[in-house]
Design a protein around this ligand. Structure first.
Ligand code: FE2
Ligand code: FE2
Length: 292
């Protein structure tokens, strides 16, 4: 490419050794592989990039209860496209995702990296399949949704914000913080009502849950729906809204989380070779077309 540009690169920016700073972070995760429970890995710290900070500001100020309810009316039980799981994977592959820049792998490679790590540990087939599909909800970006309404740590809306949510100060600018009814510990919910009854901030987790909810065991569905609910599964918050089922299923969400966070940076999977295995696995659980 630089040959064709005929020396233009000399006037351009100097090439850096790392494609992104996240490559260094990936290296650290590789070098110090087994973080203890509740480690500070997702504590973005003082060196957080301005873009990441701005992303959280947008997310925390605009994810209101009204917004979440509007997105559910728009996306739950409605159809934009009929696609197989595999077609959705290929569709997602057309997305270049700023929110997950710590890999230069394609989206399909990232999906298979997660599922292959689960498979290597001898977990059941539904668990492997859950790993494969867990981020397919990111196609919301391709339906025109802004990043702050697709990714990010999720949190309940309609009740008090935990101060263990990353960048809690940004909630001061969320209109819901001025609604007294939403700022008690239970808010619009009741003690022990269960996570099925609460509205989490809208994003790829909740969206995909509704697309696939008829086809996977409840443990896999919980992994999909709550994998970004870090305030609950990593920080131990919102236990007062949990019921017995949530306490049981949250153990599976915790089991899934390391595969999501720490399976990046290993060998890129051989997508071509793995495709027949995954097409069989998809056909075992899913109909040929789903409503997206
Ligand atoms: Fe995700
Ligand atoms: Fe993921």
């Amino acid at each position: 490419m630089s040959d064709q540009l005929g020396g233009k690169s000399e006037a351009g920016p100097v090439a850096e050794p790392l494609a992104s700073l996240e490559e260094w972070e990936d290296f650290l995760v590789e070098r110090y592989p087994q973080p203890k429970e509740n480690s500070e890995f997702r504590d973005y710290g003082t060196n957080v990039k301005p873009g990441v900070r701005e992303f959280y500001r947008q997310n925390h100020t605009q994810q209101t209860l009204d917004f979440v309810l509007a997105k559910k009316r728009e996306y739950v039980g409605t159809t934009r496209r009929e696609m197989s799981i595999w077609e959705a994977m290929e569709f997602l592959n057309t997305l270049v995702d700023d929110s997950d820049p710590d890999t230069d792998l394609s989206q399909i490679e990232h999906l298979m990296q997660t599922s292959e790590a689960i498979r290597a540990d001898g977990h059941p087939r539904w668990f492997i399949l859950t790993g494969l599909i867990h981020d397919l909800g990111k196609i919301l970006c391709l339906f025109g949704e802004p990043q702050w309404a697709v990714v990010g740590d999720t949190f309940p809306v309609g009740c008090r914000y935990s101060n263990k949510i990353v960048f809690p100060e940004f909630f001061d600018e969320n209109p819901d913080s001025k609604v007294a009814e939403y700022q008690t510990p239970n808010g619009i919910y009741s003690t022990g009502c269960g996570f099925d009854e609460i509205h989490l901030s809208w994003g790829h987790d909740e969206y995909l849950y509704h697309v696939v909810k008829d086809y996977l065991p409840e443990e896999g569905l919980a992994m999909i729906r709550y994998h970004s609910f870090y305030p609950a599964h990593r920080e131990g918050e919102y236990t007062h809204l949990m019921n017995e089922k949530d306490r049981r299923l949250m153990e599976w969400v915790k089991k899934f989380n390391p595969y999501d966070l720490y399976s990046k940076g290993h060998q890129p999977p051989d997508v071509k070779k793995l495709t027949p295995f995954y097409q069989d696995l998809i056909a075992e659980f899913f109909p040929p077309k789903l409503a997206w």
